[in-house]
Unconditional design. Sequence first.
Length: 129
Amino acid sequence: MRVADLVMVAAALGLMGCAAEVEGEWESEGRIGGKRSEMAVFGDGTGEAKLYFTSSGDLNSEKFDFSWEERGSGRFDLDMDCQSSTLVQGNCAAADFTMDCHSASKGDELDCDGSDSYQNFSWTFERID
C-alpha cells in the first residue's frame, strides 16, 4: 500500500470517529421492586433514563432526559433533567441531578453515583445492546 493510500485510510477513520464507551442501551444490575432502571445513551451527547426507587415503602420511578460529556479515562458526567415522576405531580425539576459514571469490565458496565436528591444512590448498569 502506498503512503498516499495509508493517509487516505487514516483520514477516513478519523472522520468516522469512535463511539464513546458510554453510548448504548443499559439496565441496572440490581432490581428495585422487581424493576431494573434503564437508560439509553446516544452518540450526540444526549440520552434518556428511567430510574426506580422506593419512598415510604412504595415503588416509584422518574424519567429523565440528559446530556452527557466524557471527562477522560472512562469517566462520564450525565446531567439528568427530570421529565416525569410517579412521586411528584407536575414539574419534577427538584429531582434534577448529576450522575458521575465510570466505565468498568471493558466497557460492559457503568458504575454510577448520584448527587443532589440522588446523593445516596449508586448504580451498576450493564450493557444490553
